[in-house]
Design a protein around this ligand. Structure first.
Ligand code: AMP
Ligand code: MG
Length: 400
């Protein structure tokens, strides 16, 4: 029997085949959330463009703060004040540029204005409540780098340097097919106890859309060699990657392996992870192919651990690592397993510590275990876990 393949080995083999990212295209900044930058973005500006007030208050020279000061002008956000003479103060509002000569702002809560004269109640230092020019970004600096998956705050940052369009990679188009004679689409009646609804299609579509990718849905493919070959060929011709679920075990009804082999190349792995042992990787003509297991929970886990990093790298993303946190196990694993286990757990905080609670049924057919969990707890092979032990957890949010 072939030894089980550790996840890291499978991952490095898969990632080495990710190839070059797709073409770059221009995208309106407002539509760029989740897209991947195809070029570094440098700023032509200092942000902020001038020293400005961080508070509603009064601009002055810090050295003048000991004595009452006449308030000689008013500067609102969007206005530019006149140079400030020594021994005077300017009423100023948050975001307004400091007038020339001023070097500090006193908050309005820490002073009183009476009949045009300012009395200051607290000590003032040079720079107090001033946001210096360029404190966020200086002209010429790289704001965000190629390979960045744009988050909402990144769009804001790009807007702050005046970008209205960005160069991004064309979103990958991923073909998905759900294999199995037993599958029925939701909305259709089940014809008997042998049938199940196709859930993998929905899980995979949601995961792919979450990565900003397009889905070419090839629907349900019966357990039949010709139908399988036709779907694989169509996916390979029209998509950047083909992903199937089911049909990669070694049963007689599993046709994915033989058909991918006939059309291209394929390696079938037995991964040393649980859930998700069988996994196929290969290519149909030039198009990469990933064959996920059929069990709905295995689909989720193998997609997140293998397909996701592969697709993100192919999409041009530089950094696809997910956050790993440490939590206290509120469960035990008595018998150490031969595979690394990705337990579905919910997280809560107890006495300032993150605590992981295991979902009651960890069967790979129980999709509720994923829906009702917050994270995957990673239990290494050959290890038992006692109540209270520290375990690594990966929040499910980090996979979207
Ligand atoms: P397979 O790998 O094709 O032997 O499938 C393993 C298990 O996953 C079987 O119980 C299948 O019925 C189930 N399964 C496969 N594909 C799907 C799907 N798309 N939706 C829900 N269950 C599935
Ligand atoms: Mg099947």
């Amino acid at each position: 029997m072939k030894p089980l393949l550790p996840l890291e080995d499978a991952l490095s083999r898969v990632l080495s085949r990710a190839g070059l990212p797709p073409d770059a295209q221009s995208c309106a900044l407002l539509a760029a959330s989740g897209r991947v930058l195809a070029a570094d973005v440098a700023s032509t500006l200092d942000v902020p463009g001038a020293d400005n007030s961080a508070m509603d208050g009064y601009a002055l020279r810090a050295a003048d703060a000991g004595s009452p000061l006449p308030v000689v002008q008013r500067i609102a956000a969007g206005a530019v004040g006149a140079a400030l003479q020594p021994g005077s103060a300017a009423r100023i509002f948050t975001g307004a540029p400091l007038p020339a000569g001023a070097d500090a702002v006193v908050m309005q809560e820490n002073c009183r204005e009476k009949e045009g004269v300012l009395f200051i109640d607290s000590a003032i230092k040079v720079g107090d409540n001033v946001r210096p020019r360029g404190q966020d970004i200086s002209a010429g600096a790289t704001v965000l780098s190629r390979g960045r998956r744009l988050r909402p705050q990144d769009l804001g940052l790009l807007a702050s340097v005046g970008q209205s369009e960005v160069l991004v990679y064309r979103p990958l188009r991923v073909a998905i097919l759900s294999t199995g004679d037993e599958l029925v689409e939701p909305g259709q009646p089940l014809q008997g106890p042998a049938q199940v609804y196709n859930s993998n299609r929905y899980t995979l579509t949601g995961l792919l859309h979450g990565l900003g990718m397009e889905v070419l849905d090839l629907g349900i493919v019966p357990d039949d060699p010709e139908a399988t070959a036709r779907a694989l060929e169509q996916g390979a011709a029209q998509a950047d990657c083909v992903i199937s679920s089911g049909g990669v075990s070694v049963g007689e009804e599993d046709h994915v392996k033989s058909q991918v082999e006939a059309l291209g190349e394929l390696t079938l792995w037995k991964l040393a992870i649980k859930p998700g042992k069988p996994l196929a990787f290969g290519a149909i003509a030039e198009t990469p192919f990933i064959g996920l297991p059929g069990n709905p929970t295995s689909v989720f886990v193998t997609f997140c651990l293998i397909a996701r990093p592969f697709l993100l790298k192919r999409q041009g993303v530089q950094e696809a690592a997910v956050a790993r946190l440490t939590a206290r196990a509120a469960f035990e694993v008595k018998r150490p397993g031969s595979r690394q286990d990705y337990l579905r757990v919910s997280l809560c905080e107890e006495q300032g510590e993150l605590v992981a609670q295991r979902y009651s049924n960890q069967s790979s057919g129980v999709l509720s275990s994923v829906s009702h969990s917050d994270a995957l707890a990673v239990v290494p092979a050959q290890q038992s876990v006692a109540n209270g032990d520290r375990v690594q957890v990966i929040p499910l949010d980090s996979f979207y």
